[in-house]
Design a protein around this ligand. Structure first.
Ligand code: GUN
Ligand code: ZN
Length: 643
């Protein structure tokens, strides 16, 4: 089975890696479509790795198989020698030709066996292409037949196998198909979407992906057949698509169309050499038009491929930055159809909630859809369960709170500490206690700039005078209240917050923000820039005593217990159980089978993913018993990792 590993992530999108007999594939990856017939190749396959940095490619085993000469050569030499490449070769099966020409003339077992004999690194089951117009019965048949063939293929093939996901425009069928494919395939290849991509039906594409997504196994690589235009990469990555395959770079080149992440431009309309890609550096766009036809086509194809590769890199960076939604919203400006796709995505945001990270470093509002991102949906959902938040008792404070506004709040408010004070925020009134919590505290939106605000810290004048005893008392009470609130927000199983009253909040003298929560004068939680309390070892012990199992627990397999106790991070394959509400980035307690606390950490995976991935880290250990012995109030040392 595939050894897929998640190295970094943003929601479903992941930076991943898996191995093949011809080397690793780093995802998200673009697999350029290469014609198996050398005379039909616009760019020689060897150049894809050496010039474009694309070691893996995809080709059609069916086109090869149909030509007796090529078939015999491929069987003799193997696909790698035939194409003249050393990297991973993914082969498709022929379902695309069924879509394009109405039929394929090969038995499923024959084309699978052929892919094996020519040494394909990833072979594809011959699926039944489900057209978007398919009736429910027809679409159901595409799922049934594809899964039948996948079962046969799985028992016949030892190497990596791609199982297509079909089902037309029916979300429940997509779900069924994805579930079946997940038990059989190493690569789950969502198919039947080429017409949607060609017709810019991104709302339909979103519904297809929303239907399939919950059933796609997280430990498998996900491929989307036919995603070749760079406007689609960020959008597809949002759903956790790891592999894009593209014939677009040469298909568009043939008709003289230049691809950009912002859309398509006809070469004939180009009057300015505006592209700065590596190719256009040497051969400006304005000079390409004057070339002889074949050279022109190759030049446009090279430009197009540069745009595709750099956009995939941009997507990867956005995943690492936790800024993929922001990139997708920017890319949606390329075409209203993409905005429609994004709206349809936002309507299905419940699908994203299990993998929505605890926090990100920033939240930039870019479009009206920003306010419907899963981060906001989850915040609102948690807020709806928060004790009474009526619209009364509005404070006129700016959020996040500055020392200035903090100084005025206790004066305005919380003597009667049971009154729910709320402040306005971009998502409506929120309890003052939560105004620094992600995404509210991290929010950067246009309204503030509209009012004349700017970036960077605003000058604040801290009142240097000793506060009156009454004012000091009010601040103390307010701090206690905010401490309780933050703990019960982040650790809902603490319940009413009675236990949380044992902790004392400490504010930064510089910013006035809550920075640390102490227990008997020892640091128990540190409040990060995301406004959320993160336990130290002492805080972890307190949580563990206070919240009964399985709350916030990840149970470590006995083989890994000694390592975790020493501060090594926990690998996914050593997770015995994890509470399902665990979100990536959330704080967790690592315990053994008897609920003895071993360490405290931050989840890299969602609870439902832990134990399923056989490679990679599930939880980064941030504190353990030994880390606190030397100096209980110092920051905990970074725990080392080792396999
Ligand atoms: N290429 C484009 N779409 C498809 C599809 O649905 N199945 C397969 N096997 N290949 C494709
Ligand atoms: Zn260019």
């Amino acid at each position: 089975m595939i050894d897929f590993e998640i190295l970094a992530r943003d929601g479903f999108a992941r930076i991943g890696r898996f191995s093949t007999p011809h080397g690793p594939v780093d995802t998200p990856a673009l697999l350029p479509v290469v014609h198996p017939e050398p005379r039909s190749q616009t760019i020689p396959p060897a150049e894809l790795a050496s010039v474009f940095g694309l070691p893996a490619l995809i080709t059609s085993s069916y086109i090869l198989w149909r030509s007796t000469a090529l078939r015999e050569r491929a069987e003799r030499e193997g696909i790698h020698r035939l194409l003249g490449v050393a990297g991973p070769v993914f082969t498709d099966s022929g379902a695309f030709q069924q879509h394009a020409y109405g039929r394929v003339e090969v038995e499923p077992s024959v084309i699978l066996g052929f892919q094996g004999r020519i040494g394909s690194d990833i072979a594809t089951v011959l699926d039944l292409f489900g057209e978007p117009e398919a009736s429910l019965d027809e679409a159901r048949e595409t799922v049934r037949v594809t899964l039948d063939r996948a079962r046969t293929a799985r028992s016949a093939r030892e190497g990596l196998l791609a199982v297509p996901v079909q089902g037309g425009l029916y979300p429940e069928l997509r779900w069924q198909s994805a579930e079946g494919a997940s038990t059989l395939g190493d690569v789950l290849a969502v198919g039947g979407v080429v017409p949607l991509l060609e017709q810019y039906r991104f709302a339909d594409l979103a519904r297809v992906l929303l239907g399939a997504r919950p059933a796609l196994a997280p430990e498998r690589a996900v491929h989307l057949f036919g995603t070749g235009h760079p406007i689609t990469f960020a959008f597809a990555a949002l759903f956790g698509v790891d592999l894009f395959d593209s014939a677009a770079y040469h298909k568009f080149a043939r008709r003289g169309s230049l691809l950009f992440p912002e859309g398509t431009v006809a070469l004939a309309d180009v009057r300015e050499p505006f592209c700065g890609c590596r190719l256009c550096d040497r051969l400006p766009l304005t000079e390409i038009a004057g070339l002889p036809a074949l050279e022109r086509e190759a030049a446009v194809a090279r430009h197009n491929l540069w745009m595709c590769t750099s956009e995939v890199r941009r997507v990867r960076q956005a995943i690492r930055d936790g800024a993929l939604w922001e990139l997708v919203e920017r890319r949606a400006a390329a075409h209203p159809a993409l905005i429609a796709g994004l709206r349809a995505t936002a309507r299905g945001s419940s699908v994203f909630l299990p993998v929505e990270p605890d926090s990100r470093t920033s939240f930039r509002e870019g479009t009206p859809i920003s306010r419907e991102r899963p981060a906001v949906v989850r915040f609102r959902e948690r807020l709806s369960r928060w004790p009474a938040v009526p619209g009364l008792a509005r404070l006129h404070a700016r959020v996040p709170l500055t020392p200035d506004s903090l100084a005025t709040i206790p004066a305005q408010a919380p003597d009667q500490s049971d009154i729910p004070w709320v402040v306005p925020s971009p998502v409506g009134a929120v309890p003052l206690e939560l105004s620094e919590v992600y995404p509210i505290g991290a929010w950067v939106g246009p309204e503030e700039f509209d009012r004349g605000g700017g970036v960077g810290p605003t000058a604040v004048s801290l009142d240097e005078r000793e506060p009156s005893p009454e004012a000091a008392e009010r601040v103390t009470r307010w701090t206690a209240r905010q401490t309780r609130a933050l703990l019960t927000w982040e650790f809902p199983s603490l319940g009413s917050g009675v236990a949380a009253a044992q902790l004392r909040g400490v504010r930064s003298p510089k910013t006035g923000r809550l920075r640390e929560l102490t227990l008997d004068a020892r640091a128990a939680f540190r409040v990060g820039n995301d406004g959320l309390p993160r336990p130290t070892w002492i805080g972890g012990c307190w949580l563990h005593r206070t919240v009964p199992a399985p709350g916030h627990r990840v149970v470590v397999h006995s083989d890994a217990v000694p390592f975790v106790r020493e501060g090594r991070s926990l690998f996914s394959r050593f997770v015995a159980r994890a509470s399902p509400e665990t979100a990536p980035g959330s704080s967790v307690l690592l315990v053994d089978e008897h609920d003895e606390l071993l360490a405290v950490g931050r989840a890299e995976l969602a609870g439902f993913e832990m134990g399923r991935l056989q490679r990679g880290t599930a939880v980064w250990v941030t504190a353990h018993a030994r880390s606190s012995v030397a100096s209980p109030v110092e920051p905990v040392s970074e725990a080392p990792t080792a396999e």
